[in-house]
Design a protein around this ligand. Structure first.
Ligand code: GAR
Length: 220
């Protein structure tokens, strides 16, 4: 199968980036990372890029007068590396139409909550403080809104009675590392059909559970 070219956008530690690098190295993905772009200098993601010999570029957003100027620079780097799919992996910037129009339905994001609940930042803690019994993570196409685009895949993660917000965050992150490579591979295989808000996955495996309960049901 033809490999797709990824451009990965990061702002921090890059454990999701690492899960993609590892899945590619394990031969599980029909993709190569052509370029990694960080909007922040000196982050751990850049070390990961060096270690794996992947081209990395810092585009410091503080050097640009407007969000549009920043996005124009990103478009030019992504195009120069022949990127087919833009993967936001802990990238903490809102995109403008400049980038969205250059890559229509070709930008995906991972969010550490079950969208549309808990959009925005620090959402693992917000979900924990709210007292939800399940949270999780979502991979979605990016549109003009914040965390609003068509949903590709979600993982549900239970909140246990003796959890802390940090424990929940860690459990969600482990699922992020599974669903992001899966979403990219579905895209690479051309199995995602987008109609309006709905993303249909062609030939999915059957679901294992028809429902989940937390706490578990007893007599009912
Ligand atoms: C991840 O939990 C990701 O879902 C989240 O930032 C973390 C990045 O971790 N993204 C957002 O909150 C986007 N709004 P990583 O750098 O270790 O992949």
């Amino acid at each position: 199968m033809k490999k797709i070219n990824l451009g990965v956008l990061v702002s921090g530690g890059g454990t999701n980036l690492q899960s993609i690098i590892d899945s590619i190295a394990a031969g599980k993905m029909d993709a190569t990372i052509q370029v990694i772009i960080s909007n922040i200098p000196g982050v751990r993601s850049l070390e990961r890029a060096r270690k794996h010999d992947i081209p990395a570029v810092v585009i410091d957003h503080e050097r640009f007068a407007t969000r549009e100027d920043f996005d124009r620079e990103m478009v030019s780097v992504l195009k120069a590396h022949h990127v087919d799919l833009v993967v936001m992996a802990g990238f903490m910037r809102i995109l403008t139409p400049v980038l969205l129009k250059a890559f229509p339905l070709k930008i995906i994001n991972i969010h550490p909550a079950l969208l549309p609940s808990f959009q925005g930042l620090h959402v693992q803690e917000k979900a924990f403080d709210y007292g939800v019994k399940f949270s999780g993570c979502t991979v979605h196409f990016v549109d003009e809104g914040v965390d609003t685009g068509p949903i590709i895949i979600q993982a549900v993660v239970p909140v246990y009675g003796d959890d802390t917000a940090e424990m929940l965050q860690q459990r969600i992150l482990e699922e992020e590392h599974r669903i992001y490579p899966q979403a990219i591979q579905l895209y690479a295989e051309g199995r995602l059909e987008v109609t309006g808000r709905k993303v249909r996955v062609q030939n999915p495996r059957p679901m294992e559970a028809s429902s989940l309960h937390n706490p578990p049901l007893e007599k009912f």
